[in-house]
Design a protein. Sequence first.
Lengths: 121, 162, 570
Amino acid sequence: MVDIRSNRRDAGGRSVITANRLLDGIVVWRMKDGAWCTLISDASLIPNDQVEAILDKVKPEAQSQGVLGVYGVQVQEDEAGRTVPVTARERIRAFGPSVHPEFSPQDFAAENRTRESSHVG
Amino acid sequence: MLLLENGHPVTDRWSYAAEGEALGTGPVIVPLSRLSEGLGRSAGELGVMLPVDESVSVLRGALPRLSLIVITFPVFRDGRAFSQARALREHLHFTREIRASGHVLPDQYEFLVRCGVTTVEVPDNADLPVWERALHQFRVAMQPSVVNEKPTGFGLRRFLPA
Amino acid sequence: MSADTMIREEVVPVNRQVGLYAYDQVDRTFLRERIDQFRDQVARRVSGELTEDEFKPLRLMNGLYLQLHAYMLRVAVPYGTLASRQVQALARIAREFDRGYGHFTTRQNIQFNWIRLEDTPAALEVLAEADMHAIQTSGNCIRNVTSDEFAGAAADELLDPRVHAEILRQWSTLHPEFTFLPRKFKIAISGSPQDRVAARFHDIGLIARPGPDGRPLFEVFVGGGLGRTPIVGTKLRDDLPEEDLVAYLEAILRVYNEFGRRDNIYKARIKILVQALGAEDFRQRVDTEFSAMDRARYRLEPALVQAIRDRFGVPAFEPEGDAPALLAQARKKDRAFDTWVRTNTHPHRAPGYLSVVVSLKPAGGIPGDATAEQLDLLADLAERFSFGELRVTHLQNVVLGHVRQDRLYEVWQALSVAGLATANIGFITDIVACPGLDYCALANARAIPISQKLSSRFADLELQREIGALRINISGCINACGHHHAAHIGILGVDKRGEEAFQLTLGGSGEEDASIGQILGPAMSEDDTVDAVARLVDFYLVRRDGTERFLDTYRRIGTAAFKDVVYAPA
């Protein structure tokens, strides 16, 4: 999938790799070890001059990794040092629908961690 | 390449004309550009490939001499070939073999048959049980077709063959 | 036992639901077979046997989109009509498979935003138990045939079009020739001269009326649409007889499937073909096909139509008695109730009854959204007060079609408790908005927050009544699912170098006086757009003639004056 709007990459900038999970459609981000996570804060930051090469390597493996629609998203750091995409669309993908803050991936991850820890013991 | 009819592989007695070579005397499928050459043969069954963007009427004159017409799917999403097959049956009253070739999914098989297609070319590694299942997925269709299935007696429904 | 004999045992269902086609065993088996087919397709996708490219049209034709955050499932609501138990099934989907809510769309369907692909076959089974499905709600095929939210109820209706909508639904379901069209295909049908279905903005729009012999005749419009190239449809036929309805539409689709463009998805709708060929050439091709085709095969014999009509339950209206008097009393006693009756009811053909429009546009809320609890309430109200039937409008509200006037107060009270009694139908806060960039992978800008700002700003009911009828529609991108071209004030989300901006259009109408909104000027920020709308409304209030609507003032004065209101230096 070619994402024209999010492929505005500056020479000196950095990007993350993103996709959707096949089975549930959830947005995922590629980590340093090649695994996929649900929080952009855990995503591996890649200098823009390396993005295309990594995409060429990752895309053919999408099916076996249970993801689809792999592409790169340019990011920057905000004042708090958080990784934030530069476009509105990718910010919403990363942080959830603005009109339903309770459905953000961040809240969802926290909820699942609580649920898991309450199951232990 | 395998040839399917009624959900099963069948022997293919046809061959496609080789570019730059003579047509020979056996059953041969020619591209539209070589149709007159094919019609000029004194013996051998003739088949023709109909490009997806051609009207079926280009075959009108040749029809009595054609034993096979191949309709093509450049990509499975291009549904013009369904209309071509249906028009060949309905308007040109073509009664012999219509074959679908190109990129087709088993999920389209029942639609092809209902538009008058006889045989389908599939890759050698096609999942044959999926193709066979496709013809038995539905027992009833919600509308008539050129194949003129038996009405169920309600609405426009038709029984699909078991 | 052969399939023939098993199926022949079709019995006319005993408990026919009012307003809905009653399924028989054949219909129910069909849904099961479809689910089996989809389950198999999912398995072949997961294993990699089907590529995403091959799987995508197949899942779209079962209503499943891959959106920004998750899969979205669009459930079909044929001609916008639901039975109570179906609304309960939707509530169940919201609760068990989603995050507790659903969204009603501009084509009378309902969408769920957080569905998992792996759960979809199970969700479809829950729907199938209530005779529901998601067949062909997306994809390049014939989509949901939409109709009038007041069908079978409105005082101004000449013919209830839902029987024909059902016939077209069946005809178009898994049609062997038209399942891989150049692009999507949308049909709307109305039985009233008041066009509440936007017939002239559909690929095919049908307006039904009784002919001199009592049998229905149809006006046929073709090639209307919104999106990148908004066009008002061309009238092909004025008096198509009922018996030829399916045959004629079959002929139109054959021409479209053969000649519609396949090289450019932005030029692939039938409206482009009609414009390219010209109306006359297009009509001739349709007529040629219509003359040559085997018409007998597609003829709608009166007995066939009647058999389908017999599947629809008919409401047993009670005599009006003192219902109107009781309503008048209740209105005198409760001012808030009276206000709501004035905006949220519609005249009914049966004395003593009214149709109720339930507003899904609370101030500051998300247009068209309903929680699982609200859905359950609506199911209950439909059951108790409206013969078990609920309708969806293409303006993202819902309708209780047949409510006795003396029971209106009870309905209003129940709606009020649930936040469903905003008295704003047809007013400035009765906004239509697509999900926009908050949810949709195609969008350029968010549509919901700007809608919330506008509905909060204009929340005061007296102000709204003062402004009068004003249609605002918001689309998050040029695909125009919010139908902004057909709005008095349309708002279009655009992308300005990765940031959101909004463009205004004025003077559109989706009714029988169909017109396409004119772009006012350059795009602005969200807050500037909200301020601009406020200034436009103020300008209208100053310049209007008598009681004319915003749309009429705009048409009378012209666009230049309105443009200055927004763009001229202060």
